[in-house]
Design a binder for this molecule. Sequence first.
Ligand code: 26V
Length: 840
Amino acid sequence: MGKLKDSFNDMPAAGEVRPGLKLEALKQDIAYNLFCLLGKSPAAASSKDFYTALAYLIRGQLESRWINTAGKYYQQKGIKVVCYLSAEFLIGPQLAKNLLYLDLYEPVRQALAGFGLSLEELLELEPEPGLGNGGLGRLAACYLDSLATLGFPAIGYGIRYEFGIFEQQIRDGWQIEATDKWLQSGCPWEFLKPDVAYDIKFGGHTETSYDESGRYRVLWVPAQVVKGIAADYPIAGYKINSANTLRLWKAEACESFDFQAFNMGDYYAAVDQKVVSENITKVLYPNDEPWVGKQLRLKQQYFFVSCSLQDMIKLHLARSESLEHFHECFAVQLNDTHPSIAIAELMRLFVDEHQLGWNEAWQITQNTFSYTNHTLLPEALEKWPLALLQELLPRHLEIIFELNQRFLDHVRLDHPEHEENLANLSLIDESGEKYVRMAHLASLGSHAINGVSELHSELLKRDVLKDFYALMPDKFSNKTNGVTPRRFIRLSNPKLAGLITERIGEDWLKDLSELSRLEDAVEDHGFREVWRAVKRDNKLRLATYIKRHTDILVDPDSLYDVQVKRIHEYKRQHLNLLHIITLYHIIRQNQNADIAPRTFIFAGKAAPSYFMAKLIIKLIHAVADMINRDIRVRERLQVVFIPNFNVKTSHWIYPAADLSEQISTAGKEASGTGNMKFSMNGALTIGTLDGANIEIHKAVGSEHFFLFGLNADQVYETKATGYDPRALYSSNDLLRESIDTIQTGALSHGDAEVFRPLVKSLLDRDEYLVLADYQSYIACQKDVSLVFRDSDNWSRKAILNTTRMGRFSSDRVVKEYCHDIWNVEPIRSESTLNVMDLVP
Ligand code: 26V
């Protein structure tokens, strides 16, 4: 026990290793944790045991900052806290990040070496909390990182899924899903808090009455009550003495609720009830499959939203603030529409449970919320059938009807010029089966609405929310996404980070615009050489990873042409494949064709029910097989698919890329964030004018970006004027040859059936204009090949990609949100708490 106490003494300020954490002490602390937590001696302990012992040690180091910060937010009046509501947080592995942020990376590496262990090997053992699908969840994690680093008080609120995104395995070229078991051996970064718990109601009916003072009251009598308990994760900022909280909710059976069945002796029904309750937070839904109104998904959304809002109200009242000041103390961001039922829930809590008047409650609600839209794809927009809402959340449906009534009355009365748009503005879609349009609810209930790139924000105003924009233009703004350079440069590409720091110091890690000071280095021949050596090293690392995971040996001197992201028809992995097949034919016809040797690297998951996406994965493998087996071609071209793309695997990939494929149909990708991660790591982009590509293109300069394809207006035009993909197929020989290779069965042992649905969809409809952009893409790729031949010139361009990425840090965008939308100020935590101070 004495030892534990020691660990808390003499807490260091950021950047210093406390005297007690000198090497010997660190080793002793690790051995002590092995013994105390796992009952093992160092000699008997496995690497996994060492990981756990070390993680608990570092968790201990985080705790004091965290308790200190939380204490400040929770107790001090007048501090406004950002609450980021998101159904997904893809935080990635935590150990390396926390070591870096606490400045303990080197000492720990040495301490482990003392046990004959490599830190890097331990880091590989850490399971990743895959609590998100992709871009949206990772963005939430980047924003938490920036909020903590910049000293803004913030809480991330979400769901503690027991099973995160599935693990992708590949069998015979097909994707197989395996369950993700990130919690199997517990999570050292988690603090389960059974005492932080709220009751969440579902179903039943409402009853109305008038109370003793004559007020109209509504009582919701639920059919089911579930308990939500908090699981907290400390979110350290980079070299700052404070830490924020990610609070995820776990569903449990509510024992206090009248277990009628149990009382009557029906033990099995009672157990059944427990299982049903706990199912709510069992598994993450793949959000990017065509939207279907799954009841459990609505339950998940309401569950985490209600827990979070009740938590805020409890904190607020504990600070002895009155509810009329709620919006001055909390800024609540809705990360897409997934948490948008929060609008109705806060109204219910205010009006039904805390007796506020409707108008006052509505004012506070609107001032509290803001909403970010992350997609324009019509099939992705959330709308819940009225029948489902009625069944699960009867009181919320009443509130939504009331809000809608008042809203439409207000438009009729005060904005008669918009009268003809009433049906389009309504919260209810009445065109067929009736639905609640969640984007409309979020827009009405928020004081600010934003898109995630300049183009996306414009299209939002022109398309999905055009009637809202016409009515309330001041609510709309753009907040172009950003990513954290701490994880996506410093942690994943330490050699590049070292090179940058050597030249301009380390301030860039907290202010990415500092990278522009590196521009002079582009003229330095020696710098370019070292730059190339770093890239070569990263490419070799990735080659080793690829060999280990796919058994394919790739050439680190070839051009690494990389497309990693979810598999989607709009992202057009199949356009990339058509180019590869075209090159194959060119080389087969002319062994001396002037084509730079390339390795095409793909990774990404397909939603389990998205047939076409799974077929694209199969096609990637089929093309890889054909090319990697052909001795006439494989010296020049190689194709690999890296399984199970996630935050961890991404760390091997981004730093090693030469070329970043950002080839979505213009107007379809809201922003993209992978595009930023590649460019920061010195990859050049081949891309369309879509999402944030447009801004990256502008920032790095058109001479350092490979642009091709139709722009969003041209895409619209092409479709409007009658698009005929078959005519393109007939008139373009190279294109026809590529498509024929797929459709004749040459890639599938003569079986023409396998890829027929894919070819048919391209030739009959081609929703995403793959064929329309084919020629332009091929020409652009030819240019890539030529430029890559001059490696010194390529490095100049690569360096400029990195130096010009300052704007794409999540720090920049978080400051914009804080200033323009949330109206919050940073607080600085000067000293670190000594836990012994808390002992009375
Ligand atoms: C859902 C669906 C459902 C139907 C099939 C197609 C599809 C495609 C995407 C989605 C997900 C929508 C929400 C989302 O994850 N958006 C992503 O958000 C990122 C962060 O802002 C952004 O960089 C990506 O461009 C955007 O797709």
